[in-house]
Write a protein that binds this ligand. Structure first.
Ligand code: UDX
Length: 434
């Protein structure tokens, strides 16, 4: 099986590498020359545990190649996966499909008959049909089958998610395409349900899954607010409702609000898709609003311990990435928090195990970049934990307290045991645990 991946971003690189790991011949194509040259030398442009070793092993075995051009590569492919970016388009929140269509045009001109053209990128419902119409118009001679195969990979555990997925979903409108995709995913058949459906359904499944998960998070975050007011522990509520199998215990961790490259972007694009089909997705609308508001109000949690005037106060921020085990800061709650603290005149000292490089691009000289958690808390009037990195769970709190100017601890991820930190002398606030 010959597979071509167009786009070596997060999804393309992980997917291509995992296909190679499953024994297929994979070529990853990207127009970014520097990235491809780096990948050929084993330089992985993203932080994803286990990916570097897997790339190296498969590249050495000759199953995984990196090239800059589609021409000379795609002609032999049985399946061409499009994994280019679909950023939020400015103005209307819709997914910007220009890179997808550019890839479609290029592939359609070169692919062999009966090849399957698969969208891996998250695309709005109806895109598969548009791709089909586009090819019919621009390359009527091409015999390409259009399919959709959404990804459900989480950053930080993407390889595990690929190799042991809950399910593989793909949509095709042609038996030939269905056969090819079934063959590609055959090695995962004993580990996961392989669900074949229509293209439009596969496209909606991706958005609906992410919107539903975002809803779960926004819901538990609002319940956390209620717990703070009513003096209950949100973790008890999450356990109490999560034991009901219809609800499930996952994705019920209250925190600073969801971020990342998927939930914020996909919920907006889903809303826009609703509008296009004349359907009011009011629940998703409310989820987006609730999450945005939550992220914008994080600085108030610090003020409630330190006092309303943060001018000249030193605030330590531990964790900048949108979650642990990634260097990704896209839509991270830390961005809203840091910007608001800066606006209020606070001095910000920050540390993240993997996110410092990205952080510098976003914050410039707004903050002081520290090499360790201990350096970040020096003379701080408050410490805020934004990301649930394991190394923060193991931090020496006695030492932290000694280094701080005032022992205020705002734990936005509920990493610490409230009783213990209070016994250590901290004034402590966490999420949904009054
Ligand atoms: C998500 C989906 O999980 C994945 O299936 C999809 O393909 C891409 O989007 P990812 O963005 O990598 O993956 O991270 P995820 O682990 O899902 O977390 C997303 C956000 O929700 C993070 O900001 C995280 O901190 C937050 N979150 C998650 C919570 O606040 N509480 C939870 O219980 C779970």
């Amino acid at each position: 099986m010959q597979i071509v991946l167009i786009g070596t971003g997060y999804v393309g690189l992980v997917t291509g590498t995992c296909f190679a790991e499953l024994g297929m011949d994979v070529v990853c194509v990207d127009k970014d020359k520097a990235k491809i040259e780096g990948l050929r030398k084993g330089v992985i442009p993203i932080y994803e545990p286990g990916l570097d070793a897997m790339v190296e092993a498969n590249a050495s075995a000759g199953r995984l190649k990196f090239v800059e051009q589609l021409e000379g590569t795609v002609e032999d492919a049985d399946a061409i996966f499009i994994a280019v970016g679909t950023p939020t388009r400015r103005g209307d929140g819709y997914a910007d499909l220009q890179y997808v269509y550019a890839a479609v045009d290029e592939a359609a001109a070169l692919a062999k008959p009966d090849a399957v053209l698969v969208t891996k990128s998250t695309v709005p419902p109806g895109t598969g049909a548009e791709i089909k119409a586009r090819i019919a118009k621009s390359h009527p001679e091409a015999v390409l089958h259009v399919a959709s195969n959404p990804e459900f990979l989480r950053e930080g555990s993407a390889i595990e998610d690929f190799m042991r997925p809950d399910r593989v979903v793909f949509g095709t409108d042609h038996t030939k395409a269905e056969q090819v995709l079934k063959q590609i995913y055959y090695p995962l058949e004993d580990k996961a349900t392989i669900f074949a459906t229509t293209v439009i359904a596969a496209e909606i499944i991706k958005y609906a899954a992410n919107a539903f998960l975002a809803t779960k998070i926004a819901f538990i975050n609002e319940v956390a607010d209620l717990c703070e007011a009513a003096d209950a522990n949100v973790q008890d509520i999450a356990r109490g409702i999560g034991l009901d199998e219809r609800i499930g215990s996952k994705f019920l961790q209250a925190g600073p609000g969801y971020g990342g490259s998927c939930f914020p972007k996909d919920t907006l694009a889903f809303l826009e898709a609703g509008k296009r089909f004349g359907v009011d997705l009011s629940i998703v609308q409310q989820v987006v609003h609730s999450n945005d508001k939550r992220k914008d109000e994080l600085a108030d949690r610090i003020s409630s311990l330190v006092g309303p005037d943060l001018e000249g106060k030193t605030i330590a921020v531990l964790g900048l990435t949108f979650k642990a085990d990634t260097d990704d800061m896209r839509e991270s709650p830390a961005i809203n928090l840091v910007n608001e603290l800066h606006e209020r005149g606070a001095i910000i000292q920050a540390y993240d195990p993997q996110g410092m490089e990205e952080a510098e691009k976003i914050f410039g000289n707004k903050i002081t970049y520290c090499d360790t958690a201990y350096c970040a808390v020096e003379n701080a009037h408050a410490l805020t934990v934004v990301t649930e990195w394991n190394e923060f769970k193991a931090v020496n709190l006695e030492k932290v307290k000694e280094l701080m100017a005032a022992p205020n601890l705002i734990d936005l991820r509920n990493l610490f045991d409230p009783q213990r930190v209070r016994e250590l002398g901290f004034t402590y606030s966490s999420i949904g645990r009054n």
